[in-house]
Design a protein around this ligand. Structure first.
Ligand SMILES: NC(=O)c1ccc[n+]([C@@H]2O[C@H](COP(=O)([O-])OP(=O)(O)OC[C@H]3O[C@@H](n4cnc5c(N)ncnc54)[C@H](OP(=O)(O)O)[C@@H]3O)[C@@H](O)[C@H]2O)c1
Length: 300
């Protein structure tokens, strides 16, 4: 029998990091590191900063993974705009350093990137061959991270747009919509921004299968099709059967956001689904899975 895949996850206590553990722990040996020190039953990981480069290398080498999934990042898009130096250090320089460590130790690296590498000027589903043109610091620093990772053969880049359940106090887009509506709030949701969201648990499955099959290069690992932020809210309200709260139509230019946002962030996952022969949920199916997950994890 094939040995269990050994996976090292940076940011393992984050939304995606913990989603990887929740989804894959019975199939893979998972460890990793995070700044945050919390107890996760069954998971042992190192509490470290990614800027502590010697300690990070030692931790990775000791774990001896087959794959390193680099999920940690400065993900706050407006925060990146206000702290561009910090965003570059964490999103680009740390990624360069990890790619170097993985290269020297023969470890495959899977880097989690973003749809924010596109300017979103064209209302289409972007493919891996479409030209990139990030319009904010987050997108630029993540794109430079992609370049660093793909300098080494065998590495994988997954561009995505995720939501899911956090074990930290932070709230993903889906959690924010649910909690705000439950509290009876009125949400102004954008009708002029569309995206291809995927639940972190489904992304974890795709990561596992892509690594097991030895895929390399750049893939769009997102939901099938796209949806506006407003329609996502409406569908979530319906599927979760939430009576309270209200969702109003809004446009992003009225929201006073600090960083520019791409309007059309929809991506095509065809390259990945063809390579893996695995279907990926549409937004509706994804929200239904999110509902089942929230019930299972007693979040509701
Ligand atoms: N969330 C989205 O909508 C989205 C969309 C597209 C792509 N992505 C990409 O998906 C990946 C995962 O995102 P996520 O939403 O799961 O992020 P997350 O919940 O913020 O998880 C990242 C984890 O990394 C930790 N971390 C941050 N700085 C660190 C450092 N210097 N040393 C060690 N750990 C550190 C964070 O700790 P703190 O919480 O203490 O900072 C957090 O626990 C990222 O690469 C992101 O760029 C996310």
């Amino acid at each position: 029998m094939r040995q269990k895949m050994k996976i090292y996850v940076t940011g393992v206590a984050g939304m995606l990091g913990y989603g990887i553990y929740r989804t894959l722990h019975s199939r893979a040996e998972i460890t990793g590191m995070d700044l945050l020190d919390i107890k996760i039953p069954g998971l042992s990981y190192r509490v470290l900063s990614l800027f502590d480069t010697d300690a990070v290398e030692k931790s990775i080498v000791e774990a001896g993974p087959d794959v390193l999934i680099h999920a940690a990042a400065y993900v706050n898009v407006d925060g990146c705009e206000q702290e561009p130096e910090y965003a570059r250090r964490l999103n680009t320089q740390v990624t360069e350093h990890l790619a170097d460590i993985c290269g020297r130790h023969g470890i495959k690296m899977a880097y989690i990137s973003t749809d924010a590498v596109f300017d979103g000027a064209d209302p289409k589903l972007y493919t891996e061959d479409d030209p990139v043109n990030p319009i904010n610091v987050y997108g630029r620093t993540k794109l430079d991270g992609e370049t660093a990772v793909l300098r080494y053969p065998g590495n994988l880049v997954f561009r995505t747009n995720i939501y899911g359940l956090n074990i930290q106090k932070k709230r993903s887009f889906g959690e924010w919509v649910y909690c705000s509506l439950k509290q009876g709030e009125t949400l102004n949701m954008f009708t002029d921004i569309d995206f291809s969201p995927i639940l972190v648990d489904e992304l974890a499955e795709l990561l596992y299968e892509a690594c097991a099959k030895g895929l390399d290069g750049r893939f769009h690992a997102c939901g099938t099709g796209c949806i506006t932020k407003y329609d996502f809210g409406i569908k979530l309200k319906e599927i979760f059967q939430i009576e309270s709260g209200e969702i109003r139509r809004a446009v992003s230019s009225d929201a006073g956001l600090k960083a520019k946002r791409s309007k059309h962030m929809g991506m095509s996952n065809e390259k990945l689904t063809s390579a893996l022969q695995i279907p990926v949920s549409t937004p509706q199916e994804s929200i239904e899975k999110f509902y089942q997950l929230c019930k299972r994890e007693a979040f509701l």
